[in-house]
Design a protein around this ligand. Structure first.
Ligand code: IMP
Length: 212
């Protein structure tokens, strides 16, 4: 499938989430864009009322592209627990409440798993999803999805990263995302394969819209 290429220049990262802005900036750093965030431009945060990661990524990217007149990149992401039918999923930020209390959100997941476990065996599998939407001011959109699967661990471990990182241990690793530096979490050092959901989506984005 052919994708519209993105020319060098100004690019808006359509987010107000500091952890995400930092990670997207890290992933964009080799490409020489002049990156500015929606938070820095003081753009309003649109209501994320879509029912899929794709719909919410498009809402954020299109709102920023329209308001700024610049190509805009949004990430909609979340943590999905198999035994909870994919929850918190698109509601991952909301489970942390207005105080953005992710210790509470992680505890909520664990309590739900323990309640299910008291009635029988439960899976402790989960995965992160990231969908990137790149939107241009003329309305054109491109989508890229990355996932990383692993175990939901308790108690949480590590204070690096953000959100649900301390309770997720990716397959093939013995440390949680909360115990990994961002280089390890992205997994893109020395040309290795990307590890995190965001880095995996980003690889597809860079192959589709940035390279060649
Ligand atoms: P969004 O801004 O609606 O996409 O919210 C995504 C939420 O999912 C974030 O606030 C985090 O709670 C969670 N999340 C997404 N990506 C990550 C990650 O890489 N690590 C930990 N939590 C994440």
């Amino acid at each position: 499938m052919s994708h519209r290429k993105l020319d060098a220049g100004k690019l808006v990262v359509a987010s107000h989430n500091k952890g995400k802005i930092r990670e997207i900036n890290e992933l964009l750093s080799p490409y020489g864009f002049e990156v500015v965030s929606a938070a820095e431009l003081d753009l309003p945060e649109p209501e994320e009322n879509g029912l899929t990661f794709e719909a919410n990524a498009a809402i954020k990217a299109c709102a920023a592209a329209e308001a700024s007149g610049l190509p805009s990149l949004a990430d909609d992401s979340g943590f999905c627990v198999d035994e909870l039918d994919g929850d918190p999923g698109i509601y991952s930020a909301r489970w942390a409440g207005p105080e953005k209390d992710f210790s509470m959100a992680m505890r909520t997941i664990e309590e739900k798993l323990q309640t299910l476990a008291s009635a029988g065996e439960v899976s402790r599998r989960g995965y992160f999803v990231a969908v990137l939407c790149l939107a241009w001011p003329d309305g054109h959109q491109e989508f890229f999805r990355g996932e990383v699967h692993g175990d939901v661990v308790w108690p949480p471990r590590g204070d690096l990263g953000f959100g649900y990182d301390p309770m997720f241990q990716p397959d093939g690793h013995d440390r949680t995302f909360g115990e990994m530096s961002s280089e390890e979490k992205h997994g893109m050092a020395l040309g290795s394969e990307p590890l995190s959901h965001r880095a995996r989506a980003f690889k597809l984005f860079s192959e589709g819209c940035l390279e060649g």
